[in-house]
Write a protein that binds this ligand. Structure first.
Ligand SMILES: Cc1cc2nc3c(=O)[nH]c(=O)nc-3n(C[C@H](O)[C@H](O)[C@H](O)COP(=O)(O)OP(=O)(O)OC[C@H]3O[C@@H](n4cnc5c(N)ncnc54)[C@H](O)[C@@H]3O)c2cc1C
Length: 462
């Protein structure tokens, strides 16, 4: 582990949530030579997925929740992050002369729209019950409304309305974080050649180095790989600890001539909803965004995509724009689940059909906790990844904890201990045990196409 000083040369691979938050907090902590490399020009595109950025972080919106079952450390970190999200909202209004191009003074990143978690049966899941017990313990149980609390009734569903939660506008939040990092002195190389890291090396002096697609070698005192779903491709040691999987996303465009629906699904009027998480439906949806787009996600099954990476068979991203092999369609299973949710819960949207679909790539760890540590046996090489589908909400705060780990104090912190390099020998390892033989492999699925986007077509039958 390198001993860092303010002039240490620190290279960060990836400008997603893990990379940008780390860079921001390193610069804020006094490190003067921090460079972020990315193979996508996230700054020019403002991280906007509609402009062709493919990453977990480059998305329309993400859920902000504090409900974490028994994992009170994540609940506490999310609660602290919320204070910072409030502060970012304030800064956008009050310090608007310094905003990135993609943000306006009227933009708001963090919306407390509420978070309605619907069960499809008459029972609340164990996760809900544990969360409620933890909320009680923290003295904030009165922010949660159970459908069978005496004062509330939601009809036949069992449900909890979490009044503290909501969502953030994701790509705009990343653009704001990048802007803050730049102001704090972080340097950026964001380019498909100059910014694309093709290999990680060690110099003769034992320092970490990275080679980029333009043939250059960049030496550092510390290299942090925060490559999201591409992290396992760059770090073979992460095999068995991390796996890249895909969530399914669909959008519905509200027509301009339906102001009634724009009003009904506005974030001021409509919450984030999850549906049937316990029962395997695995659906979540958001209020409409400023363009009238409603995003619906399916995470009932996270898909894998196995391919050859330098002699290894590992799951790698397959996206619409940035990967060599392209994919924008969803498995029919995902489309069918999303259509069922809309038909049951938002039938007034069915007539418009689905407007777009996309696979969005998670980096799952064996236990759904993050992985932030030095890579064993690789001097000066650290990893910050394993977002496991819940990292976004920590964007403003994550780097604070990462810096402590990079400075060698991980053993003394709660999060350093939670996020350390680890192994598991238990048979069940968050699906990683399935490998290429498992049922989630994308190549084994019947894929949808645009004909399945209509609610009238019968072709989404499996
Ligand atoms: C479908 C889905 C839904 C989610 N929903 C939520 C939610 O509601 N709430 C929440 O809190 N979290 C959520 N998450 C999790 C959250 O989005 C992630 O934890 C977080 O965005 C991961 O950030 P990252 O920096 O690890 O990876 P990414 O955002 O994927 O960024 C990785 C970056 O590294 C770059 N890169 C990769 N390889 C290289 C290379 N070789 N050279 C140069 N650059 C490289 C990529 O171009 C990319 O910009 C969700 C994730 C997914 C996939």
């Amino acid at each position: 582990m390198p001993r860092l000083n303010p002039n240490s040369k620190i290279l960060i691979v990836g400008s997603g949530v893990f990379g940008i938050s780390t860079a921001l907090w390193l610069a804020r902590s006094g490190y003067r030579d921090v460079t972020v490399l990315d193979m996508q020009d996230t700054e020019t595109a403002g991280y906007d997925p509609a402009v062709g950025i493919d990453s977990a972080s480059a998305d329309i919106n993400k859920i902000i929740r504090f409900s974490y079952g028994e994992e009170i450390e994540y609940q506490r970190l999310a609660t602290q992050a919320a204070g910072m999200w409030d502060e970012w909202n304030r800064q956008i209004v009050e310090e608007s002369e310094d905003l990135p191009e993609s943000l306006k003074k009227t933009d708001k990143l963090w919306w407390k729209s509420g978070f309605l978690r619907l069960s499809t049966t008459g029972e609340l899941g164990e996760f809900e019950l544990k969360t409620l017990r933890n909320m009680e313990r923290e003295g904030i149980r009165d922010t949660q409304f159970r459908s069978d609390d005496t004062a509330e009734r939601f009809g036949v569903h069992k449900a909890v309305l979490d009044s503290t939660a909501g969502f953030v506008e994701a790509y705009k939040s990343c653009a704001f974080a990048l802007c803050l990092a730049k102001k704090a002195g972080v340097k950026f190389i964001l380019h498909p050649m100059q910014g694309k890291v093709v290999s990680l090396d060690v110099t003769q002096e034992g320092k970490p180095a990275i080679k980029t697609a333009d043939g250059l070698t960049h030496e550092g005192d510390l290299v942090v790989v925060a490559g999201g779903g591409w992290t396992p491709s760059l770090i073979p040691e992460a095999d068995g600890l991390l796996e890249t999987t895909a969530g399914s996303i669909a959008t519905i465009q509200l027509p301009k001539d339906r102001p009634d629906l724009w009003e009904r699904f506005a974030p001021e009027n409509f919450p984030v909803v999850t549906w049937g998480m316990k029962e395997g439906k695995g659906i979540y949806s958001f209020p409409r965004d400023g363009n009238g787009v409603i995003k619906v996600g399916y995470r009932g099954t996270k898909w894998t995509n196995y391919d050859d990476v330098e002699g290894r068979r590992i799951s790698v991203p397959k996206t619409e724009h940035v990967t060599e092999k392209k994919e924008k369609n969803l498995p029919l299973t995902s489309i069918a689940a999303i259509k069922e949710y809309i038909s049951v819960n938002m039938p007034e949207l069915a007539e418009f059909g689905i407007s777009s679909t996309k696979l969005c790539w998670y980096t799952d760890s064996i236990d759904n906790s993050f992985v932030v540590d030095f890579v064993p046996g690789r001097p000066g090489l650290a990893i910050a990844s394993g977002g496991s589908g819940h990292g976004f909400k920590f964007l403003p705060i994550l780097g604070r904890e990462v810096v402590k780990i990079l400075e060698g104090n991980g053993n003394e912190t709660v999060y350093g201990n939670m996020w350390r390099w680890r192994h598991s020998t238990t048979p069940k390892r968050n699906g990683l045990e399935e490998g290429e033989d498992g049922p989630r492999v994308l190549a084994k699925q019947k894929m949808s196409s645009e004909v399945d986007w209509s609610f009238l077509s019968g072709s989404s039958k499996l």
